[in-house]
Design a protein around this ligand. Structure first.
Ligand code: MLT
Ligand code: ZN
Length: 440
């Protein structure tokens, strides 16, 4: 296997009916008569309104400790890049092969500034065929690959651990089609979530997910991790809205329904969307400037993550618990850590029982980490929760998988990975545990 790219589609139920009702009440023409098949020119780009996060107080990527040092990881036996490899990539992707250390620095470090790889090569393909060729070549040469979208992941899944070649979807940011009758959007994996939403809002549609990182995250990463986010309760899980995926596997292009990292690298997605303005929203919008108030309120919630990162080193946990226990662990952890933690906070997505427990200390502190783990995971398992609700396992949580999954399920995942990626070149050191549990 090499890598895959897909088109997820999102299906929203009932919204069309509500819209029709409002249209009837408001005297507007029916949706049927106003709807049109809108197919933008192939490879059209959504408007760019990227929201960037700016670091303060002289932060430099080079200050972050290398992942393999901090976590004591041994490099697996992948090949090293040769002059011939460089010649191949330059020929395949003229102008899209990056070796400049200053540019690579940003792609080697995660958003939380807790992980750092040492990749020396960043590739920026534009189309599926190029991804396919990259993966076919890397597979034949035994070169490890790290697919990367917006690099907003919070579990170390999006940055290399060693010198894996970074294959970025940043130039795969085209909307292929949108049909306002079916609500189906087809786009490439590198489209930024907020850009897609802006594009759809102009047509009274909405993306079925909303995340704090929407200004940077790519839809490919959202689908690969089945991201939850702020609209989950209303529109359901993202996987339910994905209609199809175009996937490159061992240099073959396939259509998939759904998959997760690291078996595939999403290239293109089809999503079914819903008309977003309900009757209530229309009424509020006209009288109370409801949308502006909502946006201001949500902006506060969406900036918690950023605020915490400015506060110090963040130990980030993304867990699910029965609602009756939802906040208990925050209090428990505060008592347990005492003054050793600068801050212990809990926020999340109450609707789906997803709690983000965050501990902050002035700098990385191994002893503090040892006080949190495995205590936290044992607590979660004891209360029938899950160690990963939304962010995935990535690098940081991979060895905790057995707290939430039985050995049989993990074995099955490992077998699937081996079928799709027999050499294990795709996003190594991530998601699946580095050891196999022998018994229950
Ligand atoms: C959120 O809910 O804001 C995101 O998942 C990020 C975070 O957990 O901090
Ligand atoms: Zn969240």
């Amino acid at each position: 296997m090499a890598c895959a790219v897909v088109l997820p589609s999102c299906a929203m139920q009932c919204r069309r009916a509500l819209c029709k009702r409002w249209l009837h009440l408001s005297g507007r023409k029916s949706m049927a008569s106003s709807a049109h098949l809108h197919i933008p020119p192939m490879l059209s780009k959504p408007r760019q309104r990227r929201r960037q996060f700016h670091w303060t107080t002289g932060y430099r990527s080079r200050d972050v400790e290398f992942t393999h040092v901090r976590y004591n990881v041994q490099r697996l036996g992948f090949a090293a890049i040769t002059t011939e490899d460089m010649a191949f990539f330059n020929d395949l992707l003229p102008g899209s092969v990056v070796t400049d250390p200053d540019i690579l620095e940003a792609s080697n470090v995660d958003w939380l500034r807790t992980m750092r790889g040492c990749s020396q090569l960043l590739l920026r393909p534009r189309i599926t065929e190029e991804v396919s060729q990259i993966l076919r070549y890397c597979n034949s040469r035994n070169l490890a690959v790290n697919p990367q979208g917006g690099n907003t992941g919070l579990v170390g899944g999006s940055v290399p651990v060693f010198d894996e070649i970074i294959v970025s979807t940043v130039q795969m940011d085209n909307i292929i089609s949108f049909n306002s009758n079916s609500g189906v959007l087809t786009c490439q994996a590198g489209c930024i979530l907020e850009n897609l939403n802006n594009y759809l809002e102009e047509q009274d549609f909405i993306m079925p997910l909303d995340l704090a990182s929407k200004g940077s995250c790519h839809i490919g990463g959202n689908v690969a991790t089945n991201a939850g986010g702020l609209r989950l309760l209303r529109y359901g899980s993202l996987r339910g809205t994905v209609l199809g995926l175009e996937v490159v596997v061992t240099a073959l292009r396939r259509s998939w329904i759904y998959s997760r990292n690291p078996k595939a690298c999403w290239v293109k997605f089809s999503l079914r969307l819903s008309s977003w303005i309900t009757v209530a929203e229309r009424l509020f919008a006209s009288t109370l400037n409801y949308k502006t108030h909502c946006k201001a309120l949500w902006a506060l919630r969406e900036r918690i993550t950023e605020a915490l990162v400015r506060d110090g080193f963040v130990y980030k946990y993304d867990i699910s618990l029965p609602l009756e226990r939802f906040y208990e662990i925050v209090i428990d952890m505060r008592n347990r850590l005492g003054v050793r933690a600068k801050r212990v906070v809990g926020y999340g997505h109450l609707g789906d029982g997803n709690l983000h427990l965050n501990v902050v200390s002035p700098a990385f502190d191994q002893q503090l980490l040892d006080s949190i783990e495995p205590y936290l995971y044992e607590w979660i398992a004891q209360h029938y929760g899950s160690i990963s609700a939304e962010h995935g396992l990535g690098f940081k949580k991979k060895n905790c998988i057995y707290f939430s999954k039985p050995k049989e399920a993990v074995d099955l995942m490992q077998q699937m990975k081996a079928i799709l990626d027999p050499k294990g070149i795709l996003n190594p050191y991530k998601t699946l545990p580095s050891f196999t549990r022998s018994t229950h």
